[in-house]
Design a binder for this molecule. Structure first.
Ligand SMILES: *[C@@H]1O[C@H](CO)[C@@H](O)[C@H](O)[C@H]1NC(C)=O
Ligand SMILES: *[C@@H]1O[C@H](CO)[C@@H](O)[C@H](O)[C@H]1NC(C)=O
Length: 237
């Protein structure tokens, strides 16, 4: 009998990068993401310089966000944010080596610890639209992403979609909640991000083949349990 089991990994950074890297062809993008999921922000500039402005602290622009930084500029200019926190909601500016602005991201890292999960088949209700009155009649609602792929093929499976809190003023473009609210204290469960799950059944095709990447772990029988972390793991896929 095997006393140890080795789970070996095939660590495909290029695959991970294409999954979790975000680019902004318009040079100015506003988006909502989940906290605690690593992401790459793309910036096509050699010698890229990133600057940050965090809405929660409302200081000034800075290029040195925290002493124990989870933010790293990659050789190709993109920015890797490991385990982003809700208080890192704000503006991310990339400049080229001459100081010219290449791209600006405005990102709301919505708190994954409050995510509201519902299963459609069990009749669980997602959060309902509400009206705020912060000055006008603002609608607060969940902006849903498309359903992700079914997790199985040829047998019943499940699929999920993520939804982010957005606020819309009449006749205006909706904005991610915390980019709209800034440092306004609105402690309402309506500001939670959401995940919805439903049953699915799809035929198998060759494109259904997917890879799971593990780090290198040794499971010891004496321990009885093990904690596996998935490197660069993400709820996005
Ligand atoms: C990056 O910038 C270069 C030069 O400006 C351009 O030729 C290239 O197409 C850009 N690449 C991408 C992926 O946008
Ligand atoms: C909630 O508001 C959004 C944005 O205006 C809209 O697309 C959606 O249909 C609304 N949902 C309900 C249940 O009214």
């Amino acid at each position: 009998m095997l006393t140890t089991l080795w789970l070996l990994l095939s660590f495909a950074v290029s695959v991970l990068r294409s999954h979790f890297s975000i680019s902004c062809p318009n040079r100015h993008c506003q988006l909502a993401l989940l906290s605690n999921n690593d992401i790459f922000l793309h910036c096509n500039a050699s010698g890229a310089q990133w600057q940050f402005f965090f809405l929660s602290v409302k200081t000034t622009w800075t290029n040195n966000p925290f002493s124990n930084s989870n933010v790293e500029t990659m050789p190709d200019g993109s920015l890797l944010i490991r385990n982003p926190l809700p208080l890192q909601t704000g503006f991310y500016n990339c400049q080229d080596k001459d100081g010219k602005k290449v791209v600006q991201y405005e990102i709301d890292f919505q708190d994954i610890e409050t995510i509201h999960i519902t299963h459609k088949g069990l009749g669980q209700e997602p959060l309902q639209n509400e009206t705020l009155s912060l000055g006008g009649k603002e609608l607060i609602f969940t902006h849903w992403e498309p359903w992700q792929d079914c997790n199985r093929c040829g047998e019943p499976g499940e699929r999920k979609r993520l939804g982010y809190c957005y606020i819309e003023e009449p006749l205006e473009t909706p904005m991610p909640c915390w980019l709209y609210l800034g440092d306004v204290n609105l402690w309402s469960s309506r500001t939670w991000p959401e995940m919805q799950v439903e049953a699915c059944h799809v035929q198998c095709t060759s494109s259904n083949v997917d890879y799971v990447t593990f780090d290198n772990f040794k499971l010891n029988e004496k321990l009885g349990s093990a904690w596996l972390t998935c490197p660069l793991g993400s709820i996005y896929k």
